[in-house]
Design a protein around this ligand. Structure first.
Ligand SMILES: [Zn+2]
Ligand SMILES: [Zn+2]
Length: 245
């Protein structure tokens, strides 16, 4: 096992009866990381160097702005802009001195490439990727070593489609052979069964709005539109890390 086990949050997750407890854990990892980069870390020179170099993906830059912590974010942005300025200045100069349209287009292409390169990398996504590795590895390790966990997993609501794929990607670093085959069969069967269940919930939600069903029970389907969306998409997905692969 290459990573430390996250037994407690994974057990808590499976007991939570969530549609996907990896979604819940990843959302928390994302929020922790966003808070970290607008907290006291802003005043640590080495961390500022990391932020200036790597920065954040589009979603996480916007998430940082949405936190409305103006003072730390303005400090971070100022030095990030400064680093960008050093990278872009010679390219801006080339565009400015381009004589023909063809030259201007060609030189602007170079600037565009540098801007796209600058957008790559995200410290929040990097942090989340490490957490995802640990959570997925722990699920696989507990599946192998703890029969109570295996039972709880088989009776759970499983995972969203996105994290089912991630679990199958990470599992071979922890389990092999027949155990791996059993694990893949189980998470796949859980996905199929629970997609079916959530579809029934959204169907009932759609029927509930008919006048003849007005007085019938919601049967716990009041949030089916949210669960139905999150089950297929996942929450707390990695953005930049996926894009670079
Ligand atoms: Zn998920
Ligand atoms: Zn990101």
């Amino acid at each position: 096992m290459k990573e430390v086990l996250e037994t407690i949050p994974v057990w808590d997750g499976i007991r939570s009866d969530s549609e996907c407890f990896i979604c819940d854990l990843m959302k928390r990892a994302e929020e922790d990381s966003l808070r970290y980069y607008l907290g006291p870390a802003v005043m640590v020179p080495e961390i500022r160097v990391q932020i200036n170099r790597t920065g954040f993906c589009g979603k996480h830059f916007l998430d940082l702005a949405a936190m409305n912590k103006a003072q730390p974010l303005s400090l971070v942005l100022d030095t990030y802009y400064e680093e960008s300025k050093g990278l872009f200045r010679p390219l801006f100069e080339k565009v400015a001195s381009s004589g023909s349209a063809r030259k201007a287009q060609k030189n602007f292409e170079k600037l565009e490439e540098a801007i796209l390169e600058r957008e790559k990398g995200c410290l929040v996504c990097e942090h989340m990727e490490k957490r995802l590795d640990r959570y997925c590895s722990t699920v696989a390790a507990l599946f192998e070593s703890d029969s109570d966990f295996r039972t709880a997993l088989s009776q759970s609501k499983g995972f969203c489609t996105h994290h089912t794929i991630q679990l199958v990607h990470y599992a071979p670093s922890v389990i092999k052979g027949e155990t791996l085959a059993e694990f893949i069969r189980l998470v796949s069967a859980l996905l199929e069964r629970n997609l079916e269940r959530v579809q029934k919930d959204v169907l009932w939600m759609s029927q509930k709005y008919k006048s003849e069903n007005r007085d019938k029970s919601w049967n716990g389907c009041e949030d089916a539109h949210h669960r139905g969306t999150e089950k297929i998409v996942g929450v707390g997905r990695l953005i930049d890390v996926n894009r670079k692969k």
